[in-house]
Design a protein around this ligand. Sequence first.
Ligand code: SF4
Length: 406
Amino acid sequence: MTNDNIVYSQSRLGSFDDCRLKYKYHYIDRIESELDTIEAFRGGIVHKVLEELYKLVKVGTVKSLEWAVGLYEDTWEKSYQPNIKIVKKGVTLEGYYQKGKEAVISYYERYKPFDQTKVVDTERSIRFTIRSDGKEYAFLGILDRIDWNDKAQTFEIHDYKTTSSLMTQEEADSDWQLGLYHIALLERWPDAKEVKLVWHSLLFNKEIVSSRTGAQLEDLRRSVIKNIEEIESCEEFHPRKSALCDWCEYQPICPLWKHPKHVETLPVNQYKNEPGVKLVTAYAELESKKQELKGKIFEIEEEEKKIEEAAIEFAEKNKITIIDGPDNQLKVDIRKEQKAPTKMEDTEAWQALRDTLIKEGKYNEVSTVNNNMLNYRIRIWPKEFLEKIKKFLKYQVSKSIRFIKK
Ligand code: SF4
């Protein structure tokens, strides 16, 4: 069954995974965003340079390094807008510019004259279908480059990455995107059973290679369909706070960020009087008072404990149970109690007591040898029966203090 209205993509699935609310804003509510981050901007320019370079390679023209660098510089200059956002602290615009340029240079020098394979297509937009277990969904992907390796007689899918984190082999082996593009290639060239998947981590001048077996592709189809089903049945699109929020275009309307973003722009005097800020400030003051009082109550209880110990000692020494004061009294209660052993403190005695209770038909009165229940029963069972279990019981002296009004 196909949902004819929706065309899925890796970024659509990724967006749902990152934050459901962001997914809703973008794909359901279709709220346009004007935010352009420096990472996306630089990535776009590097992609453009490599696209143009390989378009010419495809028709037999290998341009010089100066040409590639010149194209990078020109495109940057013509496309740069001052509202492009730099999120990372301590990184300058110049730093981004230089790193992008270095990536182009190191890529060029590594692969020139670009004849390792034959270029089939660059920045190719492909619509394909994910099918499994009678279900099918339309997909759209943009493949950075498709090559044909004449020697190995295989296709290669190349992906340019300009992120500042270096992809690991494990990430490449489990990556969905190029796996999906392998499926896309199979739709167009059904004999493309073996496809080399190549990621170029451009800021590190590193190439990471992986591939997928037929069974892995089938697993991928199933996982993707499961994810789509989760997306289509989702009714609650909750925000998910993460490091990605700093790059999210919806911060100004997101319930997690709307207020913080609004108040951070206010001058100090307006900030203090902003109604939300006032509520938080008042609450914070009460919380701090609560903590202070909790600390004081703890100190008072510690003092009380010392007095209780002194009162018990006083009562024992003077053989009294009431200690008199101006308006109140302290009632001292010292008792020697019989107690059932717990399983933890004396397993043997506990087991023997249990056996005796079963034998004497008393076990159902305490359900299990539950200590609370047993201690209660010990107080009400007849003397004759207590005699029978006496040897299993323990004695404990309990001392307590009650504060009473006169
Ligand atoms: S700011 Fe963060 S939590 Fe809010 S929508 Fe964007 S990614 Fe989600």
